[in-house]
Design a protein around this ligand. Structure first.
Ligand code: 13P
Length: 281
């Protein structure tokens, strides 16, 4: 069943769990994520289609495929538009049937980010769609497919976050507290003190981007601090690519259909690992 993420996230927030938001861009990644969610005991899951994957798949195809696959499974599934700074694409995703959208105005001045986010919220909420926005800025680690190498860390300011949420009516806020998009070069330095202040100020589901490579204990501390949605992308890709590349080393190359099945199962492995981290405190 396709749903918006409000109910999923507010329940997760109350129960101190997080819902996994996993990036998808083809049949194999969607199947890999959904198979893992079913196998882990019918967990709610977010299929995050990044605006940067529009060359891989159109919004319409992503919606049709997610609808068909979710109808065949008895789990709540949210099709979410991840990181999109283009308002036209955001509105198109809402019209297409996505359950939630992330309008990413984090690169804009505060007032402009707030005005655009408020506009998105008005349109999305009238259509029963949830909205995520971002305040602060997340740096790029290794092998990241998001943002750019020059992205610098700017921590989310709790007082600005309070004003932003009150004025825009956004459903979930992505915070910058030291996570990076991509793999960490050392041990992540996550500012749980900032997270705690933001959580106190908002009492709303918070979103952690850059989930790949965060140690389990740190994930649990973030969930206790109000994080209810955690995004994972890089590790799914790096695990699948490194395992698939081993299949290409032998004297006889496998058929593409076999690689496609294996891709799905490698994606599932990583998703299962994170679902386990997100559910057990
Ligand atoms: P990683 O690629 O670091 O897992 O981050 C994913 C993400 O934040 C998607 O929005």
């Amino acid at each position: 069943m396709l749903v918006n993420f409000n109910e999923m996230l507010s329940r997760a927030y109350r129960e101190k769990r997080a819902v996994g938001s996993f990036n998808v861009y083809n049949y194999e990644t969607m199947r890999g994520v959904l198979d893992a969610a079913v196998e882990m005991g019918a967990k709610p899951v977010i299929l995050a289609f990044g605006a940067k994957y529009l060359e891989n798949m159109s919004l319409q195809d992503a919606y049709s495929m997610a609808l068909s696959l979710s109808r065949q499974r008895d789990i709540p599934v949210c099709l979410h538009l991840d990181h999109c700074s283009d308002l036209d694409v955001v509105f198109q995703a809402i019209r297409e049937g996505f359950g939630s959208v992330m309008y990413d105005g984090s690169g804009l001045p505060f007032e402009e980010n707030m005005a655009n986010t408020e506009l998105v919220c008005r349109f999305a909420h009238a259509c029963g769609v949830s909205v995520e926005a971002e305040l602060g800025s997340i740096a790029a680690g290794e092998a990241s497919h998001e943002g750019s190498a020059d992205d610098r860390e700017v921590y989310t300011d709790p007082a600005s976050a309070r004003e932003f949420v009150a004025r825009t009516g956004v459903d979930a806020l992505a915070v910058s507290i030291g996570t990076v998009h991509g793999l960490y070069k050392g041990v992540p330095n996550i500012r749980l003190d900032i997270l705690e202040e933001i959580n106190e100020a908002l009492k709303k589901p918070l979103v952690l981007h850059g989930g790949s490579g965060i140690p389990e204990k740190t994930i649990h501390a973030c969930i206790r601090g109000g994080v209810s949605k955690i995004n994972v992308n890089t590790e799914m890709s790096s695990h699948a690519v490194s395992e698939l590349s081993k299949r290409l080393e032998g004297p006889k190359l496998p058929h593409l259909s076999v690689l496609s099945l294996e891709e799905r199962s490698f994606i599932s492995d990583v998703v299962k690992k994170y679902i386990r981290f997100f559910e057990v405190l």
